[in-house]
Design a binder for this molecule. Structure first.
Ligand code: NOJ
Length: 560
């Protein structure tokens, strides 16, 4: 397998709005990130992915961009950003930027022009259609509730917005638009960035006829994904982007791709096809959703997780490359989700980290994961800020479709603001995030869960993550070895082997709050030589193939 720096790296995602506020306006900023680079260096991460820092009216916290080549006022200036890049490179860290080009903000000058008239030179930068029978052009639903179309009076047509009304979709069928995007990407790459994370990049090619979705239940609006996820020209567009831009730089790329499966991901990430290096797939993040989608709560079944992860681990091995994540700014906190954020917060956070970091692929850590930050549970809807949450609440509660308590429960469990509360630096007011009033409330557990505490406690999740990252640096098997699931049917233990040259790794994790017995199956050959890491003190008397696991215990042995 070909070696590459981005295969050997650990990535850390920063959501700038919530990371560190240096000027007391309650909003995190670039200067605030610079202040914390030594903290990240100490953690040991190699690459930082910055969620969008571009000019934006913040309808969706920066994922609605009004100028791709300017910095958001609240975050600082382009000078600050250049300073950040230098400070990172000085520390031998790389920077990847968020590329949000499925849509722009409606305040982008392209859209301001586009909406003026049907013959405006920018008209074709967006997706416009006349209404049908006095209604929207089709029945697609926006990811943020309601129709995916908004009416424009001046031209008596609708524009498509798969996300909010203020995020009109760009028309990738237009070669001029594509060229503008490629030029913009080159502008950032020439400034020295090290790659891109690409927002919903598998949505950019729509089935041109934009057909109605079959709607047997007669809902007002319905999905639509089959007509825009992994659409007809997607591979052509990404290959073109690669030829025009990416292939001229030594950079890392990861495409966020809801609705991608292994077969499609192979096409996106096979180096021979010259598209991207990795994708963020969503299947494992959907395992705790019922048939009615994300807000339809369902407990995770461990065997489903095994089946899914195993499919990806073996499917991409030797063809493409996996990205590994359990958290990001769109997902609830994993320790509250697949772990236990009360009695076993520390143990289960370490267990989940072990499970993820020993898999094959490039791991991503989301800010706060390394100190075991938890979900938040606000009692009042007014404390939530996320457009996805607020629109859904409005649709379901205000319009009386569902019971308020049920909706609040699903928001508390699944809402994106769980990941967006301010980073907890210490036990001072607002967790040390700001001297002012934070834009969103701090999680009240900041007095015990915070970075200062974690750094001072040698048994903390933070120090455990440091170890996990260091192991990757000193054991090529973690990066390049293959993956083999063992005990596929066990409902509490997730165990797997990695194999590379003459070496093996055995990873054993207990996903439950029970004591469980682990026994290496007879047909699996593994002779343990050395314990690499574990989240409990392991009794001297344990044999290496038969032992009892404590709640949320994790162990990794190296052997042959
Ligand atoms: C995916 C991003 O991660 C999410 O935060 C955003 O709301 C949508 N794409 C729209 O840009």
């Amino acid at each position: 397998m070909k070696q590459a720096w981005w295969k050997e790296s650990v990535v850390y995602q920063i959501y700038p709005r919530s990371f560190n506020d240096s000027n007391g306006d309650g909003i995190g900023d670039i200067q605030g990130i610079i202040e914390k680079l030594d903290y990240l260096k100490n953690l040991g991460v190699d690459v930082i992915w910055l969620s969008p820092v571009y000019k934006s009216p913040n309808d969706d916290n920066g994922y609605d961009i009004s100028d791709y080549q300017a910095i958001m006022d609240e975050f600082g200036t382009i000078k600050d950003w250049e300073n950040l890049l230098d400070e990172m490179h000085n520390r031998d860290m790389k920077l990847i930027m968020d590329l949000v080009v499925n849509h722009s903000s409606d305040e982008h000058h392209w859209f301001q022009e586009s909406k003026k008239s049907k013959d405006n030179p920018y008209r074709d930068y967006y997706i416009w259609r006349p209404g049908k029978d006095g209604k929207e052009p089709n029945n697609w639903e926006s990811a943020f509730s309601g129709s995916a179309w908004a009416y424009n009076e001046a031209t008596d047509e609708y524009y498509l917005h798969l996300f909010s009304k203020k995020q009109p979709d760009l028309n990738w069928e237009n070669p001029k638009l594509r060229q503008e995007i490629y030029d913009m990407m080159k502008w950032w790459l020439d400034k020295g960035i090290d790659g891109f994370r690409m927002d919903v990049i598998n949505f950019i090619s729509k089935v041109p006829s934009l057909p109605d979705v079959p709607n047997p239940e007669g809902k007002k609006y319905v999905g639509g994904g089959e007509y825009y996820m992994n659409g007809p020209r997607i591979h052509e567009f990404l290959n073109e982007m690669n030829q025009e831009v990416l292939s001229h730089y030594d950079v890392m790329t990861v495409g966020e791709m809801p609705g991608v499966d292994v077969e499609e991901a192979k096409k996106y990430t096979d180096p021979e096809r010259e598209e991207l290096q990795m994708v963020f797939q969503f299947e494992h993040m959907d395992l705790d959703s019922g048939p009615n989608g994300k807000w339809d709560l369902k407990p995770l079944k461990l065997t489903d997780l095994k089946e899914n992860i195993t499919k990806w681990q073996t499917g991409l091995y030797g063809v493409g490359w996996n990205s590994l994540y359990l958290n990001n700014h769109d997902q609830p906190r994993i320790v509250s989700r697949f772990g236990n954020d009360e009695e076993y917060r520390v143990e289960s956070a370490k267990m989940l980290g072990t499970f993820l970091h020993m898999l094959q692929g490039t791991p991503y850590i989301y800010q706060g994961e390394e100190i075991g930050m938890t979900n938040v549970q606000f009692d009042s809807i007014d404390d939530y800020k996320d457009i996805e949450i607020l629109n859904m609440y409005k649709e379901k509660v205000v319009e009386g479709i569902e019971d308020r308590d049920k909706v609040m429960e699903s928001i508390n469990v699944k809402g994106r603001d769980n990941a967006r509360t301010p980073f907890q630096w210490n036990d001072s007011k607002h967790g040390g995030f700001t001297d002012g009033e934070p834009w969103i409330k701090v999680n009240s557990n900041y007095t015990t869960v915070n970075a200062e505490q974690a750094i001072n406690d040698k048994n903390s999740i933070f120090h455990y993550y440091r170890q996990l990252i260091q192991l990757r640096k000193s054991h090529p098997i973690i990066v390049y070895g293959d993956y083999q699931l063992i005990l596929p049917d066990h409902d509490k233990i997730y165990a797997y082997l990695r194999n590379y040259e003459d070496e093996k790794l055995l990873v054993v994790t207990n996903f439950s709050d029970q004591y469980v017995k682990f026994e290496l199956p007879r047909d699996v050959s593994f002779e343990a030589k050395e314990k690499l890491i574990s989240n409990y003190d392991i009794p001297e008397t344990d044999t290496l193939t038969l032992f009892s696991l404590q709640p949320y215990e994790a162990r990794v042995y190296k052997g042959e």
